[in-house]
Design a protein around this ligand. Structure first.
Ligand code: F0G
Length: 457
């Protein structure tokens, strides 16, 4: 059979509401053209994020009923810890309310002002949590990772020679840890090869620098390794994931992605001394170490979800549907980051709107157009998210790329939803020359994309 189907039946449905163009125009204006400020009721197909938006399985819902809400020592925690240890292999596992809480705990204990933390590409919360400690977050993705149209099987790889240079220039003492984001979300959801994980790990170990994996999409990364890397085709995704984490000293995880849960995360390592300090900080800000800011039922949902995310039928469907969206718009001339990522398709807004310069926010323009056209919500990953405004001069520096991400929630939308999205994008593409840029009218000093207000030019 050639047709790859959704490997599930639908037991419970959630209605979505059609809106008129006039309604969407009004909502967009009320939201100051920032789709984070829309009400989700006014969104038809929500591709803002794949985070916390998964549909849970009947097994996860069954596990939720088993959730034990004891303050300390809940069996739900031990099932969660077993699942994490089974896949990730780390000794010390602390639940957190989501990924950024794990990051805050890790970085606030490891980083000092003037330190440097390399990664392939830091996600925005990772970068912000590092910078909040006074340390510097440095992106060292391979050059291909910054070229949207270049096809490369592992565009999320870190440039190992650049890492060596950074360590030489900065000195090992100023690098408290190295991160590797799998898949590389801010670089197009592109995977990291096992060979690269191994090489980065070897470099870090030689210099005595701990390597942490930002593991949000570890199962999707494992699937790409299975498909694209020699020697892994016959291995099960769980075996590939276990090998990946053997090369690392720890991990931070947002269970809202490949945990197939609606909330949760964890920080894990083999470092007993660090774990003790993490435990103390966790109690101060998240909760007792056997719940870490989560309900027992959430821990149960994650324990089941982590293994479901590694099932082959699921991963085949998952990656195929993202690829379907990417190849159908690309074949009609829409410039996308090639090849399509695991959890998302990234449109190159700079290439789609060559008449809109970076500081006129071409990505923001496309995000607004997709909502106006068809009620689709996407997210800008360009100058709004990664550009900088000099606090003194007010001068704006553009981000490295002008991308718009269409993130696909897990197990939520069907093939016809994806076909509708394809049609909407092609309609906007057909009238691209008439689309104009935007400017900021209000912005916050950190993570400005969440709350910024815009005006059309
Ligand atoms: N690391 C990566 C690579 C991420 O993609 C995210 C979240 C986080 C860390 C933080 O996790 O949201 O649970 O605190 N990414 C979401 C997204 C928000 O839309 O890509 P969190």
């Amino acid at each position: 059979m050639k047709t790859i189907i959704e490997p599930f039946r639908i037991k419970s449905v959630e209605p979505i509401r059609m809106t008129t163009t006039a309604e969407r125009e009004a909502r967009l204006r009320q939201a100051s053209y920032n789709v984070f400020l829309l009400r989700s009721d006014d969104v038809l197909i929500d591709l803002l994020t794949d985070s916390g938006t998964s549909a849970m399985s009947s097994n996860q819902w069954a596990a939720i009923m088993r959730g034990d809400e004891s303050y300390a020592g809940s069996p739900s925690f031990y099932r969660f810890e077993d699942a994490v240890r089974d896949i990730f292999g780390f000794t010390y596992v602390f639940p957190t309310h989501q990924g950024r809480a794990a990051e805050r705990i890790l970085f606030s204990l490891k980083c000092r002002p003037g330190d440097v933390v390399p990664s392939n590409t830091h996600f925005d919360t990772t970068r912000a949590n590092i910078e909040f400690t006074g340390a510097k977050a440095v992106d060292l993705v391979i050059p291909e990772g910054l070229q949207p149209s270049t096809v490369h099987p592992f565009k999320g790889n870190m440039d190992v020679a650049a890492l060596e240079r950074l360590i030489g220039e900065t000195g090992r003492d100023r690098i408290p840890l190295c991160m590797l984001t799998v898949t590389n979300n801010s670089g197009g959801g592109q995977p990291v090869s096992m060979a690269n994980v191994r090489a980065v790990s070897e470099t870090c170990r030689r210099h005595g620098i701990p390597l942490y994996i930002d593991a949000c999409r570890f199962a999707e990364n494992a699937w790409f390794i299975k498909q694209r890397e020699q020697g892994y085709g016959e291995k099960r995704p769980i075996e590939i994931a276990r090998e990946m984490f053997r090369y690392a000293d720890g991990a931070t995880m947002s269970a809202k992605k490949d945990g197939l849960a609606n909330i949760g995360g964890f920080v894990a390592s083999n470092d007993a001394e660090l774990a003790q300090r993490e435990r103390n900080l966790l109690i101060l800000t998240e909760g007792f170490p056997t719940y870490g800011g989560l309900a027992g039922r959430d821990l149960e949902a994650i324990a089941v979800g982590l293994h479901e995310a590694l099932e082959e039928d699921y991963l085949l469907y998952r990656i195929t549907s993202t690829t379907y969206l990417g190849t159908h718009i690309a074949s009609q001339g829409v410039p996308i980051v090639q090849p399509p990522g695991g959890h998302a398709v990234y449109i190159d807004a700079a290439a789609m709107f060559p008449h809109i310069p970076p500081l006129q926010l071409p990505g923001q323009a496309l995000v607004a157009e997709l909502y106006r056209e068809a009620g689709i919500r996407s997210v800008e990953i360009g100058t709004v998210m990664f550009g900088r405004r000099d606090p003194v001069s007010g001068e704006e520096t553009p981000g490295p790329m002008e991308l718009v991400r269409l993130a696909i929630p897990r197990r939520v939308y069907t093939q016809s939803h994806v076909d509708y999205v394809v049609e909407a994008i092609l309609n906007v593409h057909a009238r691209r020359e008439a689309v104009r840029g935007y400017r900021f009218v209000e912005q916050a000093p950190f993570l400005r994309h969440f709350s910024a207000r815009f005006e059309p030019l």
